[in-house]
Design a protein around this ligand. Structure first.
Ligand SMILES: [Zn+2]
Length: 360
């Protein structure tokens, strides 16, 4: 028997062989158990690896230990750190005092210095020259009132007789200072760049500011004939969203969905404002549409194309629905083997199909 001195003993760590492994979906140790716990079909595992979000969903936090591996997907295009579940600690609960302090801080950032109303989004800390005309900030959804008032009632039109307003509206308005200027017609210039931007083909409905005052837009490109859905785009980072991936059906954004998504993004995004995208020339847009059609083609079936699927890139296309339909019809006549355009039997509107690859 070999006598081992205590100083020679080494802690053997099953996960630590000095390498930094990459794992794919369900390949990391304990990944299946972690996924089961997240779905509520299993207990929270004692060992294994989990991402920070997975830990959070299980009520845990890394607790100061470094990631030990990476989870990669989309062929390495996306990845996340993996942490050891056995080293994770329970999530901390903020005390009531801490929550109160946080709420106070948020209230200070969300309350308009001019009208003293609290909004969902964080506002400019002090009214700048452009913002102090009390129009830009008031575009955002007020948090203090859940009922949506008709647009004509805010800002109050100074030409209408206040006694004609309903009693409810009267009490609301008497508590508020009158706006410094009468409302100006749409569109108003952006305070950051002092210029009016009305991208062709989309209607900008709401604008939010992120933490660095980049603009988060809520817009629609629908003409309303088949319903109106909305998309969100951040002009600071590259965030763009038109669907709620957590829902399984009816995933496209209603106005309130889009406003919520924009607001959520605006409160977390710190990207600096960027210049608005320049309007591309016609050939560039046609080429973009052609690659969209080619990318939609499948081996075994024809795929119907919807203009609404372009929602996320409408800010860079900057073309009307009519222009896009005309361009697609032109493409269909030039390259009938990749795109088919035909009028619908029911509505008479043009329908487009990306044609399956020809059997070779
Ligand atoms: Zn952003």
């Amino acid at each position: 028997m070999v006598c081992v001195k205590e100083a020679d003993l080494v802690d053997v760590d099953l996960y630590d062989d000095g390498s930094f492994p990459d794992f794919g979906f369900k390949q990391a140790p304990g990944a299946v158990a972690v996924l089961a716990a997240l779905r509520g079909t299993g207990p929270i595992p004692m060992t294994g690896l989990a991402t920070r979000r997975q830990l959070r969903a299980m009520g845990l936090r890394p607790g100061g230990h470094e990631p030990v591996a990476r989870l990669i997907w989309r062929k390495g295009g996306r990845w996340a750190w993996l942490y050891r579940v056995d080293l994770a600690k329970p999530k901390r609960k903020p005390t009531l005092d801490q929550e109160l302090a946080l709420d106070k801080a948020m209230a200070a950032r969300q309350t308009c210095p001019l009208c003293k109303r609290r909004y969902f989004a964080c506002l400019l800390s002090k009214p700048s020259a452009a913002a102090s005309n009390a129009t830009t900030e008031h575009r955002q959804t007020p948090a203090a009132t859940s009922r949506r008032r008709p647009r004509t009632s805010w800002p109050p039109d100074p030409t209408t007789n206040p006694t004609e307003q309903s009693p409810m509206a009267l009490t609301l308005f008497t508590r508020r200072p009158a706006p410094a200027e009468p409302p100006t017609a749409e569109p108003e210039p952006w305070p950051e760049i002092g210029e009016t931007w009305k991208p062709e083909g989309v209607t900008v409905v709401e604008r939010y500011y992120n933490q660095a005052h980049a603009v988060v837009l809520v817009y629609t490109a629908d003409d309303g004939k088949t319903g109106t859905y909305y998309a969100v785009a951040c002009l600071g980072c590259h965030f763009a969203s038109a669907q709620d991936g957590r829902r399984t059906y009816n995933t496209r954004y209603s106005l309130s969905d889009a406003a919520k998504a924009a607001n959520e993004h605006a409160t977390t995004c710190r990207a600096l404002p960027r210049d608005i995208p320049a309007r591309p020339d016609d050939d560039t847009v046609r080429e973009r549409l052609r690659s969209w059609v080619s990318g939609a083609r499948r081996r075994n079936e024809d795929v119907q194309l919807w203009l609404s699927d372009l929602a996320l890139i409408r800010l860079t296309l900057q073309r009307t629905n009519d222009w896009i339909e005309t361009a697609l019809q032109q493409l269909a006549s030039e390259e009938p083997d990749i795109l088919l355009a035909e009028p619908s039997e029911y509505s008479g509107r043009m329908e487009f199909y990306a044609l399956r690859f020809a059997a070779s």
